[in-house]
Design a protein around this ligand. Sequence first.
Ligand code: IVH
Length: 669
Amino acid sequence: MADQATRQRVDVLRRELNDHNYRYYVLDDPTIPDAEYDRLLSELETLEEKHPDLVTSDSPTQRVGAAPAAGFETVAHQVPMLSLANAFADDDVREFDRRIREQLDREVIEYAAEPKLDGVAIALRYERGELVLGATRGDGRSGENVTSNVRTIRAIPLRLRGADVPSVLEVRGEIFMTRSGFAALNQGLTEAGDKTFVNPRNAAAGSLRQLDPDVTARRPLHFYCYGAATSDGLPQRHSDILDALREFGFPVSNQVERVQGADGLLDYHRRTLADRDGLDYDIDGVVYKLDDLDQQREMGFVSRAPRWALAHKFPAQEEITRLLDIEVQVGRTGALTPVARLKPVFVGGVTVTNATLHNLDEIRRKDVRPGDQVVVRRAGDVIPEVVRSMVEQRPADSRPWTMPEQCPACGSAVEQVEGEAVARCTGGLVCPAQRMRALEHFASRTAMDIDGLGTRLIEQLVERDLVKSPADLFRLDVPTLAGLERMAEKSASNLVEALDKARQPSLARLLFALGIREVGGVTAANLARYFGSLERLAEASIEDLTAVPDVGPVVAEHVHNFFNEPHNLEVIRALSEAGVKYRPEQVQQGGELPLTGKTYVLTGALESRTRSEAKAALEALGAKVTSSVSKKTTTVIAGSDPGSKLEKAESLGVPVLDESGLDELLGSV
Ligand code: IVH
């Protein structure tokens, strides 16, 4: 037998755990971290294990019990679980209010307005304060006894709070899964290779109907209470009943409000709809209830819905429609995005004709095919997406969709690098979709460094079709340029001069300027040094390419694909015809890198790269990068706010470079 002190400790622990649960789920105001809760719970578990005679069925340790032996039994509801009449339009709401005013002969009606939670309805029966039954709605007259699963949901009290509790109380409410919990659950299921749930409501329903309560216990289920089956011993207003239920330990949505008249209802609907996307759970509308219970009784029921309540739905966020075709859009970076062309469908409050399919992997994973009936989702302002296909309804002759092999914008080859989800057009320099960005990069300071050729000007040149590919830049003359917006004779001739100066880049700069995927300044320099000429680089095999320092299989494939695309070779030829002649490079294969044996120290903030990017770039060229300055330091590279390292360098007579000096160093070697 347990001694007095143990009994007291067990009592204290139970009370504290129940209080913390109440603070967490009902008041939404926890005072201890989860880890502390777990510690208290495990202390109670240990005591109960030692003293089984102290275990009670409503102890916080007793949430997970045995599974029902023969599945769920059917239980009759003592008070039927009704449904609600639905309204979609404001006029339906005005009509609802008008009927009530008329029948009750009142000018203004007071309502309780609540969110309509999108989960699973549940009836919870408490006898002498203890949870004895949890039942699903079923057909409204009888449902399934899911008590063992309901007990695992921590938001549902196993015992009512307070000393003065009714001998019998049946509360009604909604079990639901939070959006964040749903996302985490699905991610876990995906990682385990298991089937995922379509939406939080299905996940909640599936979790509640698990035969093993252990599984339910691990699902992130939550509960909000929205009423009681009978009003015996409870207040006479619905909103007061909800407050009383809160006192008994039930979580109630904090969006419940008391409002007046049709205008109050419609205003509540508008405000709640605006809040919808910010919530961590799905709501599919709002529910209006006559607040006064006497008035409710006077209104009565029709068929299986009360005449004193109304569900005012929000526009559905998911609808089914036909996928007419899958088209491909080319982005500024050359990424190909499959876009669903849909039979127009009203979803999330607007008519949708296009939706994103993200990428080929997604299409394969979801097995979405042209001609399918598909579920389209549009939540708030987010881009509509195709969630899944109704595979069962698919025509027998449907074929899986494949990515086109040629870019729909320019006809260049499409590449899909192993392990990357995104397919890309390889015609960056000629593809109209990518032209703007490719030219911007080509002209930029670290590439061809064409002074005065900024974004605004490039935009005009592209829009007026004056420049299609980089070589066209070098054919621009002063009169053409001077005729553009924000340009004059002087700025035009400066630009022509700058273009002239840019005609003799280093091979490294030219290579970088071509914008080959994943070929940055350092890789371009390494490729230039290794191959010495564009011709030799263009002929290199993947194997040759991977022999270059800093070039892995992915970069090698990008370079190889680039030089295999005839459009790109054409651009290089055109550049040469326009007078662009790169300076030849000393070939240096293997052996020493250009900065081998040199030691650098980086200090202060750099502008166009982080310190660790600068470090990586220097190391790729063979340099050592250390953190403290000594006589052995070759050079200190100082950004803004350099601090004591700069002083030390100056006192030791170590040379110092600023960021543009670093640019030159990286670009010139
Ligand atoms: S009251 C007699 N209030 O909607 C009134 N129901 O169509 C019965 N629901 O299956 C329900 N949120 O599970 C009520 N705040 C709320 C609700 C709500 C969601 C569900 C309920 C029921 C369905 C009624």
